[in-house]
Design a protein around this ligand. Structure first.
Ligand code: FES
Ligand code: FES
Length: 173
C-alpha cells in the first residue's frame, strides 16, 4: 500500500487490516497521533485523511490506500508553527498534551473549511475529543482566535476572559 504522509510518499508493509494509527506510530515512526481509547471515543488519534479528520485507530490502512495523510508533524515546524499551533501556545490550550495533537488536527480542518469563531460551532466541530486537563475553555478560545484571524505573539500569553469550565459536545464525562 502507498500513502503520502506529510507530503512524503511512503510504502506501507504492515498487514492490510492494521489500523492507520498502528502504521503511523509503529511502522512509520510518526508519533503525534496518540493511542488513547483505541475504540473511536477520545479523538487522540485523529489525523487528516485527504483533508478530513479521521480516527486513525478505527481506520484500516487498506481503506486509505493512496490517500494523503497529515499529522501534526506535517502542519508546522518548531521554527514555523502553524497558526493553530501558535494559538494553542498563546492561549494555554495544552497542558499534558495527550489530547492536543488530535485537537490541533481537527481544529486545522475546521478553520481551513471556513469555520466561524462561534464557540458553539467550534464545540460541535471538536465533538468527541476528550481533554482531561484544560476544561476546554482555552481550547475554544484558541480555535476562535484563529477563526477570527488573530495574530499571535507566542512570547506572551493571553489571559482567559472566562475561567468557567465548559464541555465540548460529546465529551462530557
Ligand atoms: S484512540 Fe482513537 S478515538 Fe481514542
Ligand atoms: S491537555 Fe491533557 S488531556 Fe488534554
Amino acid at each position: 500500500m502507498e500513502l503520502t504522509v506529510n507530503s512524503v510518499a511512503r510504502t506501507v508493509q504492515s498487514p492490510p487490516l492494521s489500523s492507520l494509527l498502528t502504521v503511523l506510530r509503529e511502522e512509520l515512526d510518526i508519533t503525534s497521533p496518540k493511542a488513547g481509547c483505541e475504540s473511536g471515543g477520545c479523538g487522540a488519534c485523529t489525523v487528516l485523511v485527504d483533508g478530513q479528520p479521521r480516527r486513525s485507530c478505527l481506520t484500516a490502512v487498506c481503506a486509505v490506500d493512496g490517500a494523503e495523510v497529515t499529522t501534526v508533524e506535517g502542519l508546522g515546524t518548531p521554527e514555523d508553527l502553524s497558526r493553530v499551533q501558535q494559538a494553542f501556545i498563546h492561549h494555554y490550550a495544552a497542558q499534558c498534551g495527550f489530547c492536543t495533537d488530535g485537537l490541533i488536527v481537527a481544529a486545522t480542518a475546521y478553520v481551513g473549511g471556513g469555520g466561524s469563531a462561534d464557540t458553539g460551532d467550534i464545540g460541535e466541530a471538536l465533538a468527541g475529543h476528550y481533554c482531561r486537563c484544560t476544561g476546554y475553555v482555552k481550547i475554544l478560545e484558541a480555535v476562535a482566535a484563529v477563526a477570527r484571524g488573530d495574530t499571535f505573539d507566542t512570547a506572551s500569553t493571553a489571559s482567559s476572559a472566562n475561567n468557567t469550565y465548559v464541555t465540548i459536545a460529546g465529551a462530557e464525562s
